[in-house]
Design a protein around this ligand. Structure first.
Ligand code: SF4
Length: 489
């Protein structure tokens, strides 16, 4: 029986029907759809093999691999099964947005005003489950880690209420073995550990996953050189994994029958580069390696500036990726603003190697390149950044007007205090001006138009996806109906 069990809540232990973007749905609050149907659409149950989840969040898999490499008996389990691991001495829980305070949750909450988002609800339900209570009665220690742990700084009451022994804030690979050993031995743990960016693990300290990650995600690097003030990733050192390391993880996923890969980096187009100029050969090579093993390859994130700097990479990547099995590929991309002034103030390297004044043109030219090459991104805008002026919002609205033919989704997200702006205040719904509302409505119209068209291709690949497609169309109709009822559409 394992000494350590690793898990997460049900919204995270899901492959979202093989569509990463649907994971955004978990940050919505309860709405017009019955909960069982919403769950089925956005976070269906993960399949299991031999009683264990077939796929699990990549961050959990990394920690699992590190603990196993260090000789610790650790296993990742479904949250509904923790009571079957009564012999465990430690439970490690991975978090992304535990209290629904991340950008997409606060934006949904601000607009829909119908209570706690599903991610927060299911996180709490994990701690209120019979299985968790039974483990705690037996003296099992609880350790929390993952990108959402910062939220505990504002809610230590939750940690105290549910007997959380330690919250680990930072990249864990260097420290988890010692921490979990202490916990297994029943020793007291510090309640909050915060690692500095310079203490991040080196490449050699980061193990390869041993079991498959959700949607075939494989990291190709960590860190980002662009320095946006509202982002915590940028504080960490930049590290790119060698081809062999990435390929090993692709093969782990493939061995378990996964035929899709999501290459993960803050900017896949900067793979192997030490600055903000993409290295074409390295980017194409890593895509060739992924495509050699997988039918479908997506990118987690990319930047408009990198696309505009070397559009030929997108053209050649399309030649590698698009074939009879794959019609398009996606990535999450931050537009953030259409205002050069705001770029100068809050994200000075966002446009580089172009000047902040050129940023709107950079976005438009990159959008054209992507649309021409079947790359369909899900983009974000940041709303309510400290120091944002009316003129900044107007510039973003004007940019939205110019992006009507950009095949994409564009999602406005309320500012959340992170990175160098972590001491500022959340942007709240009450602070929304008429201009903000105008911007949000423009995004909604853009998304409803393109979601219908993209949805047609999005659910083509598997029979099971084709079957759920009408339900997503129904969901979009409901949004449209609500929009019309409230007079915004
Ligand atoms: S480009 Fe993205 S990942 Fe990089 S610093 Fe800016 S927001 Fe963060």
């Amino acid at each position: 029986m394992a000494d350590v069990i690793l898990t997460c809540d049900k919204t995270l232990m899901s492959n979202h029907h093989g569509k990463e973007f649907l994971g955004f749905g978990t940050s919505a609050p309860p709405n017009w759809l019955p909960e069982w149907l919403f769950r089925y659409l956005f976070f269906p149950k993960m399949k299991k093999i031999n009683g264990l989840p077939l796929q699990a969040p990549y961050g959990l898999r990394k920690i699992e691999a590190k603990l196993v490499d260090e000789g610790i008996d650790a296993v990742t389990v479904d949250p509904g099964d923790i009571s079957s691991f009564g012999g465990a001495k430690v439970i490690g829980i991975y978090v992304m947005d535990p209290f629904g305070w991340g950008p997409s949750s606060t934006t949904f909450a601000g607009i829909m005003k119908t209570g706690d988002p599903y991610n927060a609800k299911y996180f709490r339900l994990l701690f209120e489950s019979r299985g968790y209570k039974t483990l705690k009665e037996k003296g099992v220690k609880t350790i929390i880690g993952g990108p959402g742990v910062w939220q505990f700084k504002y809610n230590m009451d939750f940690a105290n209420r549910y007997g959380i022994d330690c919250i680990f804030d930072g990249e864990g690979e260097k420290d988890v073995a010692e921490l979990f050993r202490k916990a297994i031995d029943g020793k007291d743990l510090p309640q909050y550990i915060e690692k500095k960016p310079k203490e991040a693990p080196s490449l050699s300290e980061i193990p390869e996953i041993k079991r498959p990650a959700v949607n075939g995600l494989v990291e190709i690097g960590r860190g980002c050189p662009r320095g946006c003030k509202f982002c915590s990733v940028t504080l960490r050192p930049l590290r790119w994994y060698p081809y062999e390391k990435v390929e090993k993880e692709l093969l782990v996923n493939k061995k378990y029958g996964i035929s899709a890969a999501t290459l993960h980096a803050e900017d896949v187009l900067l793979y192997g580069s030490r600055n903000i100029i993409p290295d074409k050969d390295k980017v194409l090579k890593i895509n060739e390696i992924a495509k050699k093993h997988m039918n479908y390859v997506a990118w987690s994130h990319a930047s408009f500036a990198a696309v505009a700097t070397k559009p030929e990479i997108i053209e050649e990547a399309a030649e590698i990726l698009i074939d009879e099995k794959q019609k398009w590929w996606g990535a999450e991309m931050g537009i953030e603003t259409g205002s050069p002034e705001l770029v100068k103030k809050a994200m000075p390297a966002k446009a580089r190697p172009f000047k902040p004044e050129e940023y709107p043109e950079v976005i438009k030219s990159a959008a054209g390149v992507m649309t021409d090459n079947n790359m369909i991104p899900a983009c974000t805008l940041v709303v309510g950044l400290p120091g944002e002026t009316d003129d900044d919002i107007i510039k973003t609205i004007e940019l939205m007007d110019d992006l009507g033919e950009f095949k994409s989704l564009i999602v406005p997200l309320f500012f959340v205090p992170m990175g160098k702006l972590k001491n500022k205040d959340w942007f709240k719904n009450e602070e929304m001006k008429e201009l903000h509302k105008e911007l949000l409505i423009k995004c909604l119209k853009h998304d409803l138009k393109w979601a219908r068209i993209i949805g047609f291709e999005y659910f083509q690949e598997k029979k099971s996806q084709i079957m759920v497609k009408p339900l997503y169309y129904l969901f979009m109709k409901l949004i449209e109906w609500q929009g019309k009822k409230k007079g915004v559409l």
